[in-house]
Design a protein around this ligand. Structure first.
Ligand code: HPA
Length: 270
């Protein structure tokens, strides 16, 4: 596994030599973020040795290198979800590669269903903790000591310092930033009404199908994490409501400028 990471890194470094200090993973409907970047190099996932192969046709995915907020960053345009059939190790492979490329901080976004009754569609929630339900832990199996310890501490997976800074940035920009616990599930079904209620009772403010495995792999390697959810639908809601993927994408798109503004400013302050 370490050899595979190193081969992927060697290929990438043969194409682009600058070391990024931060990595960015974008969630559903949040891809136009990269317009804010000063793009220096794009590398298709399909060209990188050992990178997972995208299951969706015409949805190749790429690493985008460049500058954002005056800092060198690498952005994953397209991520791998467990529900697509990838192993947990595949899902986190790009995170490990980005760490070996030099990132110290990882910024993650996702679309999520709101369960906190104070949340509205289109709002942003900074993730202050997570609950992993049913998603396979990417650290199962042999531990690679070069990556991190056998039993990683998870008492602060999301940097308190970055959360504090994000709140200051949001206040200055008049963005109503919510905060809460993200529940990671496998999907691909949205939750039943009973499941949304259950996840709320176990302490979740929002629920989604990504992020948790990536965060575990990052924390394992000592990478600092900051993550935000766009609340794209409300799980606990009126009886006749149905949730569609289209509605999720639309809400994410509308909230994207706010998310971009916070990420950009946080990166500028790194
Ligand atoms: N549940 C799970 N994942 C999601 C949701 C949801 O309601 N909305 C966006 N991703």
């Amino acid at each position: 596994m370490i050899a595979k990471i190193k081969e992927a890194v060697a290929y990438i470094q043969s194409q682009y030599q600058t070391k990024p200090i931060a990595g960015i993973v974008l969630g559903s409907g949040l891809g136009s973020f990269t317009r804010e970047m000063n793009v220096e190099k794009e590398i298709k996932y399909s060209a990188i040795p050992h990178f997972p192969v995208s299951s969706v046709e015409g949805h190749s995915g790429k690493l985008i290198f460049g500058e954002l907020g005056g800092k060198k960053v690498v952005c994953m345009s397209g991520r791998f979800h467990y529900y697509e059939g990838y192993s947990a190790q595949d899902v986190v492979f790009p995170i490990r590669v980005m760490k070996f490329l030099g990132i110290q901080t990882l910024f993650i976004s996702n679309a999520a269903g709101g369960m906190n009754l104070n949340f509205k569609v289109g709002e942003l929630m900074v993730i202050n903790d997570h609950v992993s339900l049913f998603a396979v832990n990417p650290l199962l199996g042999k531990n690679y000591d070069e990556l991190g310890p056998r039993f990683p501490d998870m008492s602060e997976p999301y940097s308190k310092e970055l959360i504090k800074k994000a709140k200051v940035i949001a206040a200055a920009k008049n963005i109503d930033l919510k905060e809460g616990v993200y529940v990671g599930v496998t999907g691909p079904t949205f939750e039943t009404r009973a499941e949304y209620k259950l996840l709320h009772i176990v302490g979740g403010d929002a629920v989604g199908m990504s992020t948790v495995q990536e965060v575990i792999a990052a924390v394992h390697m000592g990478v600092t994490v900051f993550a935000m959810s766009v609340i794209t639908d409300l799980g606990i809601r009126e009886e006749e409501n149905k949730i569609t993927h289209e509605e999720v994408l639309q809400a994410a798109k509308e909230a994207e400028p706010k998310l971009t503004a916070i990420f950009k400013e946080l990166i500028a302050q790194l």
